[in-house]
Design a protein around this ligand. Structure first.
Ligand code: BES
Ligand code: ZN
Ligand code: ZN
Length: 504
Protein backbone atom coordinates (compact mmCIF):
# COMPACT_ATOMS: atom_id res chain seq x y z
CA UNK A 1 0.00 0.00 0.00
CA UNK A 2 1.33 3.41 -1.00
CA UNK A 3 0.57 6.68 0.72
CA UNK A 4 0.92 10.05 -0.91
CA UNK A 5 0.30 13.50 0.47
CA UNK A 6 -1.26 15.97 -1.92
CA UNK A 7 -1.55 19.70 -1.50
CA UNK A 8 -5.22 20.44 -0.88
CA UNK A 9 -4.93 23.76 -2.70
CA UNK A 10 -4.26 21.94 -5.96
CA UNK A 11 -6.18 18.77 -5.30
CA UNK A 12 -7.25 16.98 -8.47
CA UNK A 13 -10.42 15.27 -7.37
CA UNK A 14 -10.34 12.46 -9.91
CA UNK A 15 -10.53 9.53 -7.58
CA UNK A 16 -12.85 6.53 -7.55
CA UNK A 17 -13.54 7.26 -3.90
CA UNK A 18 -13.15 10.41 -1.91
CA UNK A 19 -13.31 10.27 1.90
CA UNK A 20 -14.39 13.27 3.94
CA UNK A 21 -15.02 13.64 7.64
CA UNK A 22 -18.13 15.30 8.98
CA UNK A 23 -18.62 16.51 12.54
CA UNK A 24 -21.88 15.75 14.27
CA UNK A 25 -24.75 18.03 13.33
CA UNK A 26 -22.65 19.93 10.82
CA UNK A 27 -23.19 19.86 7.07
CA UNK A 28 -20.98 17.52 5.02
CA UNK A 29 -18.20 19.57 3.55
CA UNK A 30 -18.41 20.86 -0.02
CA UNK A 31 -16.28 19.09 -2.62
CA UNK A 32 -15.19 20.79 -4.70
CA UNK A 33 -16.25 24.30 -3.97
CA UNK A 34 -19.83 23.63 -3.13
CA UNK A 35 -20.83 21.68 -6.22
CA UNK A 36 -21.56 18.51 -4.32
CA UNK A 37 -22.49 20.07 -1.00
CA UNK A 38 -26.19 20.42 -1.73
CA UNK A 39 -26.54 16.85 -2.92
CA UNK A 40 -24.63 15.51 0.11
CA UNK A 41 -26.73 17.50 2.53
CA UNK A 42 -29.93 16.22 0.91
CA UNK A 43 -28.76 12.61 1.05
CA UNK A 44 -27.69 13.04 4.68
CA UNK A 45 -31.16 14.29 5.52
CA UNK A 46 -32.89 11.44 3.71
CA UNK A 47 -30.63 8.77 5.24
CA UNK A 48 -30.65 10.32 8.69
CA UNK A 49 -26.86 10.68 8.66
CA UNK A 50 -25.93 13.18 11.34
CA UNK A 51 -22.18 12.71 11.70
CA UNK A 52 -22.25 10.29 14.66
CA UNK A 53 -18.71 9.03 15.16
CA UNK A 54 -18.16 6.02 12.94
CA UNK A 55 -21.34 6.38 10.89
CA UNK A 56 -20.80 6.35 7.13
CA UNK A 57 -22.67 7.43 4.04
CA UNK A 58 -21.68 6.75 0.43
CA UNK A 59 -22.85 9.15 -2.28
CA UNK A 60 -22.54 8.99 -6.04
CA UNK A 61 -21.83 12.20 -7.85
CA UNK A 62 -22.21 13.07 -11.50
CA UNK A 63 -20.45 16.42 -11.62
CA UNK A 64 -17.55 16.56 -14.07
CA UNK A 65 -15.11 18.00 -11.56
CA UNK A 66 -16.16 15.86 -8.64
CA UNK A 67 -14.93 12.43 -7.57
CA UNK A 68 -17.14 9.52 -8.64
CA UNK A 69 -18.11 8.59 -5.16
CA UNK A 70 -17.87 10.34 -1.84
CA UNK A 71 -17.66 8.47 1.44
CA UNK A 72 -18.71 10.72 4.29
CA UNK A 73 -17.64 9.49 7.72
CA UNK A 74 -19.04 10.83 10.97
CA UNK A 75 -16.47 12.24 13.40
CA UNK A 76 -18.79 12.86 16.35
CA UNK A 77 -18.95 16.22 18.12
CA UNK A 78 -16.22 18.68 17.05
CA UNK A 79 -15.31 19.56 20.67
CA UNK A 80 -14.66 16.01 21.77
CA UNK A 81 -12.77 14.81 18.68
CA UNK A 82 -9.70 12.95 19.90
CA UNK A 83 -7.48 10.01 18.95
CA UNK A 84 -10.14 7.49 19.93
CA UNK A 85 -12.72 9.19 17.73
CA UNK A 86 -10.11 9.35 14.96
CA UNK A 87 -9.51 5.63 15.16
CA UNK A 88 -13.18 4.80 15.28
CA UNK A 89 -14.05 7.04 12.33
CA UNK A 90 -11.14 5.86 10.17
CA UNK A 91 -11.86 2.23 10.99
CA UNK A 92 -15.46 2.64 9.85
CA UNK A 93 -14.33 4.46 6.72
CA UNK A 94 -11.76 1.86 5.69
CA UNK A 95 -14.10 -1.02 6.41
CA UNK A 96 -16.48 0.63 4.00
CA UNK A 97 -13.63 1.09 1.49
CA UNK A 98 -12.87 -2.61 1.76
CA UNK A 99 -16.45 -3.61 1.06
CA UNK A 100 -16.53 -1.26 -1.95
CA UNK A 101 -13.48 -3.11 -3.35
CA UNK A 102 -11.65 -0.07 -4.66
CA UNK A 103 -7.89 0.01 -5.20
CA UNK A 104 -7.36 3.69 -4.58
CA UNK A 105 -8.88 6.38 -2.37
CA UNK A 106 -8.31 10.04 -1.58
CA UNK A 107 -8.75 11.25 1.99
CA UNK A 108 -9.50 14.88 2.76
CA UNK A 109 -7.52 15.50 5.93
CA UNK A 110 -9.56 18.52 6.96
CA UNK A 111 -11.02 17.98 10.42
CA UNK A 112 -8.99 14.80 10.95
CA UNK A 113 -6.24 16.60 12.83
CA UNK A 114 -6.43 19.52 15.15
CA UNK A 115 -6.06 20.44 18.80
CA UNK A 116 -6.13 16.86 20.13
CA UNK A 117 -4.62 14.90 17.25
CA UNK A 118 -1.40 16.17 15.70
CA UNK A 119 -0.69 16.04 11.97
CA UNK A 120 1.74 13.16 12.32
CA UNK A 121 -0.51 11.21 14.69
CA UNK A 122 -3.32 11.57 12.18
CA UNK A 123 -1.03 10.27 9.42
CA UNK A 124 0.11 7.37 11.56
CA UNK A 125 -3.41 6.41 12.61
CA UNK A 126 -4.62 6.59 9.03
CA UNK A 127 -1.86 4.29 7.77
CA UNK A 128 -2.28 1.84 10.66
CA UNK A 129 -6.03 1.63 10.19
CA UNK A 130 -5.83 1.40 6.38
CA UNK A 131 -3.17 -1.33 6.60
CA UNK A 132 -4.90 -3.34 9.30
CA UNK A 133 -8.36 -3.22 7.75
CA UNK A 134 -7.02 -4.12 4.30
CA UNK A 135 -5.56 -7.38 5.64
CA UNK A 136 -6.97 -10.61 4.26
CA UNK A 137 -6.06 -13.91 5.90
CA UNK A 138 -3.37 -15.93 4.09
CA UNK A 139 -5.90 -18.53 3.00
CA UNK A 140 -5.45 -21.34 0.54
CA UNK A 141 -8.44 -20.73 -1.69
CA UNK A 142 -7.89 -21.21 -5.41
CA UNK A 143 -9.43 -20.05 -8.66
CA UNK A 144 -10.14 -23.71 -9.30
CA UNK A 145 -12.27 -23.70 -6.17
CA UNK A 146 -14.15 -20.64 -7.40
CA UNK A 147 -12.17 -18.02 -5.49
CA UNK A 148 -11.81 -14.55 -6.93
CA UNK A 149 -8.68 -12.63 -5.90
CA UNK A 150 -9.25 -9.97 -3.25
CA UNK A 151 -9.09 -6.31 -4.22
CA UNK A 152 -6.41 -4.66 -2.08
CA UNK A 153 -6.08 -0.98 -1.48
CA UNK A 154 -3.02 0.11 -3.46
CA UNK A 155 -2.94 3.89 -3.19
CA UNK A 156 -4.10 6.25 -0.49
CA UNK A 157 -3.78 9.94 -1.30
CA UNK A 158 -4.11 12.39 1.54
CA UNK A 159 -5.13 15.99 0.87
CA UNK A 160 -3.53 18.34 3.38
CA UNK A 161 -2.54 21.97 3.58
CA UNK A 162 0.94 22.53 2.14
CA UNK A 163 2.40 23.43 5.54
CA UNK A 164 1.26 20.16 7.15
CA UNK A 165 2.31 17.81 4.39
CA UNK A 166 5.70 16.91 5.85
CA UNK A 167 4.35 16.02 9.30
CA UNK A 168 1.46 14.01 7.88
CA UNK A 169 3.86 12.18 5.60
CA UNK A 170 6.13 11.24 8.51
CA UNK A 171 3.14 9.83 10.38
CA UNK A 172 2.03 7.90 7.33
CA UNK A 173 5.36 6.13 6.92
CA UNK A 174 5.55 5.25 10.61
CA UNK A 175 1.99 3.92 10.51
CA UNK A 176 2.74 1.92 7.42
CA UNK A 177 5.68 0.20 9.13
CA UNK A 178 3.57 -0.57 12.19
CA UNK A 179 0.70 -2.00 10.11
CA UNK A 180 3.13 -4.20 8.18
CA UNK A 181 4.49 -5.50 11.48
CA UNK A 182 1.02 -6.32 12.81
CA UNK A 183 0.13 -8.02 9.53
CA UNK A 184 3.31 -10.10 9.66
CA UNK A 185 2.32 -11.25 13.15
CA UNK A 186 -1.18 -12.08 11.90
CA UNK A 187 0.19 -14.03 8.93
CA UNK A 188 2.50 -16.10 11.12
CA UNK A 189 -0.24 -16.88 13.65
CA UNK A 190 -2.71 -17.78 10.94
CA UNK A 191 -0.35 -20.20 9.22
CA UNK A 192 -1.18 -23.87 9.81
CA UNK A 193 1.18 -25.62 12.21
CA UNK A 194 2.17 -27.98 9.40
CA UNK A 195 3.60 -25.01 7.56
CA UNK A 196 4.93 -22.98 10.46
CA UNK A 197 7.21 -25.35 12.34
CA UNK A 198 9.78 -24.04 14.83
CA UNK A 199 12.48 -23.92 12.14
CA UNK A 200 10.12 -22.14 9.74
CA UNK A 201 9.50 -19.57 12.45
CA UNK A 202 13.28 -19.16 12.69
CA UNK A 203 13.39 -18.60 8.93
CA UNK A 204 10.73 -15.89 9.31
CA UNK A 205 12.84 -14.29 12.04
CA UNK A 206 15.85 -14.29 9.73
CA UNK A 207 13.76 -12.52 7.11
CA UNK A 208 12.86 -9.82 9.65
CA UNK A 209 16.57 -9.38 10.35
CA UNK A 210 17.41 -9.33 6.64
CA UNK A 211 14.86 -6.56 6.06
CA UNK A 212 16.26 -4.38 8.84
CA UNK A 213 19.11 -2.83 6.90
CA UNK A 214 21.68 -4.44 9.16
CA UNK A 215 20.28 -3.17 12.46
CA UNK A 216 18.93 -6.58 13.54
CA UNK A 217 21.19 -9.59 14.00
CA UNK A 218 19.58 -13.04 14.08
CA UNK A 219 20.89 -16.03 15.98
CA UNK A 220 19.19 -19.42 16.06
CA UNK A 221 20.19 -22.06 18.60
CA UNK A 222 19.42 -25.54 17.27
CA UNK A 223 18.83 -28.64 19.36
CA UNK A 224 22.47 -29.64 19.99
CA UNK A 225 23.24 -26.11 21.17
CA UNK A 226 20.18 -26.10 23.41
CA UNK A 227 21.38 -29.35 24.94
CA UNK A 228 24.83 -27.91 25.53
CA UNK A 229 23.27 -24.76 26.98
CA UNK A 230 21.02 -26.73 29.33
CA UNK A 231 17.63 -25.43 28.18
CA UNK A 232 16.01 -28.51 29.66
CA UNK A 233 12.53 -27.08 30.07
CA UNK A 234 12.26 -26.10 26.41
CA UNK A 235 13.74 -29.44 25.36
CA UNK A 236 11.32 -31.37 27.58
CA UNK A 237 8.32 -29.71 25.94
CA UNK A 238 9.72 -30.62 22.52
CA UNK A 239 10.45 -34.26 23.34
CA UNK A 240 7.22 -35.68 21.93
CA UNK A 241 7.48 -33.82 18.64
CA UNK A 242 9.27 -34.86 15.49
CA UNK A 243 9.89 -31.18 14.76
CA UNK A 244 13.21 -29.85 15.99
CA UNK A 245 12.88 -27.06 18.59
CA UNK A 246 15.00 -23.93 18.45
CA UNK A 247 15.66 -20.74 20.33
CA UNK A 248 15.52 -17.59 18.24
CA UNK A 249 17.33 -14.45 19.30
CA UNK A 250 17.05 -11.17 17.40
CA UNK A 251 19.17 -8.23 18.50
CA UNK A 252 18.34 -4.72 17.38
CA UNK A 253 21.08 -2.12 17.76
CA UNK A 254 20.01 1.45 16.93
CA UNK A 255 21.89 3.19 14.09
CA UNK A 256 22.96 5.69 16.75
CA UNK A 257 24.55 2.92 18.82
CA UNK A 258 23.61 0.53 21.62
CA UNK A 259 21.88 1.93 24.70
CA UNK A 260 22.39 1.04 28.37
CA UNK A 261 18.73 0.07 28.61
CA UNK A 262 17.99 -3.09 26.63
CA UNK A 263 14.35 -4.04 26.25
CA UNK A 264 13.76 -7.80 26.19
CA UNK A 265 10.75 -8.89 24.13
CA UNK A 266 9.98 -12.54 24.89
CA UNK A 267 7.22 -14.38 23.01
CA UNK A 268 5.61 -17.74 23.66
CA UNK A 269 6.26 -19.72 20.50
CA UNK A 270 4.49 -23.06 20.69
CA UNK A 271 3.86 -23.72 17.00
CA UNK A 272 1.25 -26.31 17.95
CA UNK A 273 -0.12 -27.12 21.40
CA UNK A 274 -1.86 -30.47 21.47
CA UNK A 275 -1.53 -30.49 25.24
CA UNK A 276 1.03 -33.32 25.08
CA UNK A 277 0.16 -36.47 27.07
CA UNK A 278 -2.39 -34.34 28.96
CA UNK A 279 -4.06 -34.15 25.58
CA UNK A 280 -6.51 -31.38 24.82
CA UNK A 281 -10.02 -32.09 23.57
CA UNK A 282 -10.80 -31.64 19.87
CA UNK A 283 -12.42 -28.30 20.66
CA UNK A 284 -9.49 -27.21 22.81
CA UNK A 285 -6.94 -28.14 20.16
CA UNK A 286 -8.64 -26.84 17.01
CA UNK A 287 -6.94 -23.45 16.87
CA UNK A 288 -3.72 -24.29 18.68
CA UNK A 289 -1.65 -23.37 15.63
CA UNK A 290 -2.01 -19.92 17.16
CA UNK A 291 -0.08 -20.78 20.33
CA UNK A 292 2.91 -18.89 18.92
CA UNK A 293 1.03 -15.58 18.65
CA UNK A 294 3.25 -14.05 21.35
CA UNK A 295 6.37 -14.92 19.38
CA UNK A 296 4.79 -13.59 16.19
CA UNK A 297 3.99 -10.26 17.82
CA UNK A 298 7.48 -9.98 19.24
CA UNK A 299 8.95 -10.59 15.77
CA UNK A 300 6.68 -8.04 14.17
CA UNK A 301 7.44 -5.51 16.88
CA UNK A 302 11.22 -5.70 16.69
CA UNK A 303 10.91 -5.38 12.90
CA UNK A 304 8.86 -2.21 13.35
CA UNK A 305 11.31 -0.82 15.91
CA UNK A 306 14.04 -1.26 13.30
CA UNK A 307 11.93 0.29 10.54
CA UNK A 308 11.33 3.29 12.80
CA UNK A 309 15.05 3.37 13.66
CA UNK A 310 14.19 3.93 17.33
CA UNK A 311 17.19 4.84 19.49
CA UNK A 312 16.74 2.02 22.02
CA UNK A 313 18.38 -1.42 22.09
CA UNK A 314 15.89 -4.28 21.87
CA UNK A 315 16.32 -8.02 22.01
CA UNK A 316 13.65 -10.54 21.03
CA UNK A 317 13.74 -14.12 22.29
CA UNK A 318 11.47 -16.92 21.06
CA UNK A 319 11.72 -20.47 22.41
CA UNK A 320 10.03 -22.35 19.59
CA UNK A 321 8.66 -25.88 19.81
CA UNK A 322 5.62 -28.05 19.32
CA UNK A 323 3.91 -29.76 22.25
CA UNK A 324 2.96 -33.28 21.15
CA UNK A 325 2.11 -36.69 22.66
CA UNK A 326 4.45 -39.53 21.75
CA UNK A 327 6.46 -42.35 23.28
CA UNK A 328 9.22 -39.84 23.92
CA UNK A 329 6.97 -37.16 25.41
CA UNK A 330 7.73 -35.58 28.73
CA UNK A 331 5.38 -36.88 31.35
CA UNK A 332 3.41 -35.68 34.35
CA UNK A 333 5.66 -36.27 37.34
CA UNK A 334 8.89 -35.62 35.40
CA UNK A 335 11.30 -33.24 37.07
CA UNK A 336 13.13 -30.73 34.87
CA UNK A 337 16.24 -28.74 35.63
CA UNK A 338 15.54 -25.42 33.94
CA UNK A 339 18.20 -23.19 32.41
CA UNK A 340 17.91 -20.89 35.42
CA UNK A 341 18.73 -23.80 37.75
CA UNK A 342 15.27 -23.95 39.33
CA UNK A 343 13.80 -27.45 39.28
CA UNK A 344 10.23 -27.97 38.12
CA UNK A 345 7.88 -30.88 38.61
CA UNK A 346 5.68 -31.39 35.59
CA UNK A 347 2.14 -31.35 36.96
CA UNK A 348 0.45 -31.01 33.57
CA UNK A 349 2.06 -31.32 30.16
CA UNK A 350 -0.47 -28.82 28.79
CA UNK A 351 1.12 -26.08 30.92
CA UNK A 352 4.02 -26.08 28.46
CA UNK A 353 4.10 -22.37 27.72
CA UNK A 354 5.51 -21.39 31.10
CA UNK A 355 8.22 -24.06 30.77
CA UNK A 356 9.42 -22.81 27.41
CA UNK A 357 9.15 -19.21 28.65
CA UNK A 358 11.15 -19.99 31.80
CA UNK A 359 14.15 -20.87 29.65
CA UNK A 360 13.51 -17.98 27.24
CA UNK A 361 13.37 -15.42 30.06
CA UNK A 362 16.54 -16.79 31.63
CA UNK A 363 18.29 -16.73 28.26
CA UNK A 364 17.21 -13.12 27.61
CA UNK A 365 18.58 -12.10 31.01
CA UNK A 366 21.89 -13.81 30.29
CA UNK A 367 22.09 -11.89 27.02
CA UNK A 368 21.92 -8.61 28.88
CA UNK A 369 18.33 -7.38 28.70
CA UNK A 370 17.64 -4.86 31.45
CA UNK A 371 13.87 -5.38 31.47
CA UNK A 372 11.57 -8.02 30.10
CA UNK A 373 8.11 -7.99 28.60
CA UNK A 374 6.68 -11.36 27.63
CA UNK A 375 3.65 -11.95 25.44
CA UNK A 376 2.03 -15.34 25.77
CA UNK A 377 -1.16 -17.21 24.92
CA UNK A 378 -0.62 -18.63 28.37
CA UNK A 379 -3.95 -19.54 29.93
CA UNK A 380 -7.49 -20.22 28.75
CA UNK A 381 -8.77 -18.69 31.96
CA UNK A 382 -7.51 -15.18 31.15
CA UNK A 383 -10.63 -14.92 29.02
CA UNK A 384 -12.71 -14.76 32.19
CA UNK A 385 -11.11 -11.36 32.62
CA UNK A 386 -10.39 -10.15 29.12
CA UNK A 387 -12.95 -11.83 26.95
CA UNK A 388 -11.62 -11.80 23.41
CA UNK A 389 -11.18 -8.01 23.36
CA UNK A 390 -8.07 -7.34 25.46
CA UNK A 391 -5.26 -8.83 27.50
CA UNK A 392 -4.17 -9.16 31.12
CA UNK A 393 -0.96 -7.63 32.45
CA UNK A 394 1.08 -8.92 35.40
CA UNK A 395 4.28 -7.40 36.70
CA UNK A 396 6.91 -7.32 39.44
CA UNK A 397 7.79 -3.60 39.18
CA UNK A 398 4.81 -1.22 39.49
CA UNK A 399 6.44 1.72 37.66
CA UNK A 400 7.34 -0.48 34.69
CA UNK A 401 3.91 -2.13 34.61
CA UNK A 402 2.41 1.35 34.53
CA UNK A 403 4.54 2.26 31.52
CA UNK A 404 3.36 -0.83 29.68
CA UNK A 405 -0.27 0.02 30.48
CA UNK A 406 0.32 3.56 29.22
CA UNK A 407 1.88 2.25 26.02
CA UNK A 408 -1.16 0.06 25.41
CA UNK A 409 -3.55 2.91 26.12
CA UNK A 410 -1.67 5.19 23.73
CA UNK A 411 -2.04 2.81 20.80
CA UNK A 412 -5.56 1.69 21.65
CA UNK A 413 -4.89 -1.94 22.57
CA UNK A 414 -7.04 -2.95 25.54
CA UNK A 415 -4.90 -4.03 28.48
CA UNK A 416 -5.73 -4.28 32.18
CA UNK A 417 -3.57 -5.16 35.15
CA UNK A 418 -4.32 -8.11 37.40
CA UNK A 419 -3.00 -8.32 40.95
CA UNK A 420 -0.24 -10.76 41.87
CA UNK A 421 -0.94 -11.38 45.52
CA UNK A 422 2.05 -12.82 47.33
CA UNK A 423 -0.36 -15.27 49.01
CA UNK A 424 -0.83 -17.04 45.68
CA UNK A 425 2.87 -17.63 45.14
CA UNK A 426 2.85 -20.84 47.15
CA UNK A 427 0.27 -22.35 44.80
CA UNK A 428 3.22 -23.37 42.59
CA UNK A 429 5.03 -25.17 45.44
CA UNK A 430 5.44 -28.94 45.54
CA UNK A 431 7.20 -31.46 47.77
CA UNK A 432 9.26 -32.76 44.87
CA UNK A 433 10.98 -29.73 43.29
CA UNK A 434 11.36 -25.94 43.56
CA UNK A 435 8.17 -25.41 41.57
CA UNK A 436 5.42 -27.25 39.76
CA UNK A 437 4.14 -26.07 36.43
CA UNK A 438 0.48 -25.87 37.35
CA UNK A 439 -0.63 -24.08 40.48
CA UNK A 440 -4.38 -24.33 39.94
CA UNK A 441 -6.92 -21.55 40.28
CA UNK A 442 -6.77 -18.65 39.52
CA UNK A 443 -4.94 -20.14 36.57
CA UNK A 444 -3.75 -16.93 34.94
CA UNK A 445 -2.30 -15.59 38.19
CA UNK A 446 -0.52 -18.77 39.25
CA UNK A 447 0.90 -19.05 35.73
CA UNK A 448 2.18 -15.48 36.01
CA UNK A 449 3.72 -16.30 39.38
CA UNK A 450 5.55 -19.19 37.79
CA UNK A 451 7.11 -16.85 35.20
CA UNK A 452 7.89 -14.29 37.86
CA UNK A 453 10.13 -16.78 39.66
CA UNK A 454 12.31 -16.76 36.56
CA UNK A 455 12.21 -12.99 36.07
CA UNK A 456 13.63 -12.63 39.58
CA UNK A 457 14.60 -9.04 40.28
CA UNK A 458 14.69 -7.99 36.61
CA UNK A 459 11.78 -5.64 35.90
CA UNK A 460 9.25 -7.83 34.12
CA UNK A 461 5.76 -7.58 32.71
CA UNK A 462 3.76 -10.50 31.37
CA UNK A 463 0.86 -10.07 28.97
CA UNK A 464 -1.53 -13.00 28.77
CA UNK A 465 -2.89 -12.63 25.24
CA UNK A 466 -4.83 -15.91 25.02
CA UNK A 467 -8.08 -13.94 24.61
CA UNK A 468 -7.12 -11.12 22.26
CA UNK A 469 -4.58 -12.65 19.90
CA UNK A 470 -7.12 -14.69 17.98
CA UNK A 471 -10.84 -14.23 17.53
CA UNK A 472 -13.67 -16.13 15.91
CA UNK A 473 -15.26 -12.83 14.86
CA UNK A 474 -14.30 -9.56 13.20
CA UNK A 475 -13.75 -6.70 15.61
CA UNK A 476 -12.80 -3.12 14.74
CA UNK A 477 -9.64 -3.16 12.62
CA UNK A 478 -9.17 -6.89 13.17
CA UNK A 479 -10.42 -9.63 10.87
CA UNK A 480 -11.44 -13.07 12.11
CA UNK A 481 -8.46 -15.17 13.19
CA UNK A 482 -5.13 -13.80 14.33
CA UNK A 483 -5.11 -10.14 15.39
CA UNK A 484 -1.41 -9.40 15.89
CA UNK A 485 -2.28 -8.12 19.36
CA UNK A 486 0.65 -6.63 21.24
CA UNK A 487 2.77 -5.41 18.33
CA UNK A 488 1.56 -1.84 18.73
CA UNK A 489 1.98 -1.86 22.51
CA UNK A 490 5.56 -3.10 22.17
CA UNK A 491 6.37 -0.43 19.59
CA UNK A 492 4.84 2.22 21.84
CA UNK A 493 6.86 0.93 24.80
CA UNK A 494 10.07 1.10 22.75
CA UNK A 495 9.16 4.66 21.75
CA UNK A 496 8.64 5.55 25.39
CA UNK A 497 12.11 4.25 26.26
CA UNK A 498 13.56 6.02 23.21
CA UNK A 499 12.42 9.34 24.62
CA UNK A 500 13.84 8.63 28.02
CA UNK A 501 17.29 9.84 29.11
CA UNK A 502 19.85 7.03 29.08
CA UNK A 503 20.60 7.25 32.80
CA UNK A 504 17.06 6.31 33.89
N1 BES B 1 -2.03 -22.63 25.00
C1 BES B 1 -2.80 -22.91 26.14
C2 BES B 1 -3.64 -21.73 26.60
C3 BES B 1 -4.71 -21.28 25.65
C4 BES B 1 -6.00 -21.76 25.76
C5 BES B 1 -4.45 -20.33 24.69
C6 BES B 1 -6.98 -21.33 24.89
C7 BES B 1 -5.42 -19.90 23.82
C8 BES B 1 -6.70 -20.39 23.94
C9 BES B 1 -1.89 -23.29 27.31
O1 BES B 1 -0.72 -23.94 26.98
C10 BES B 1 -2.67 -24.21 28.19
O2 BES B 1 -3.02 -25.26 27.74
N2 BES B 1 -2.93 -23.78 29.42
C11 BES B 1 -3.66 -24.56 30.36
C12 BES B 1 -2.88 -24.64 31.63
C13 BES B 1 -3.37 -25.66 32.61
C14 BES B 1 -3.17 -27.05 32.08
C15 BES B 1 -2.62 -25.50 33.92
C16 BES B 1 -4.99 -23.86 30.59
O3 BES B 1 -5.05 -22.63 30.56
O4 BES B 1 -5.99 -24.56 30.75
ZN1 ZN C 1 -0.93 -26.03 26.74
ZN1 ZN D 1 0.04 -23.47 25.07
Amino acid sequence: MKFRTVNSEAPGYRSPLFIVGCFEDEAPRAIPDGIVAGALARQARVEGFSGTCGATMVAFTDFPLAPERVLVVGLGPRDSFDLRAERKALTAAFRQVKSLKVASVTVAAEGLYGPQVSESLFGETLAVVAGLVDYVINHFKTARGGHKPEVHLKTVRVLTGAADQEAVHQGLSAGRAIAQAVNLARDLSNLPAGMLTPLKLAAAARRVAAASGGTIQAKVLRKPELEKLGAAALLAVSQGSSQEPCLIELTYTPPTGATAEVLGFVGKSITFDSGGLDLKTADGMRTMKRDMAGGASVLGAIGAVAALRLPISVKAVLAATENMPDGNSYKPGDVLNTLAGLTVEVDNTDAEGRLSLADAIEYAKRQGVTRVIDLATLTGSIREFSGDVGAGAFGNTPAYTREVLEAAAACGELLGELPMWEELRAANHTDIADLKNSGGSPGSVTAAWFLREFAGTTPWVHLDIAGSSYRTRELGMDPKGATGYGVRTLVELARLYSRRPASA
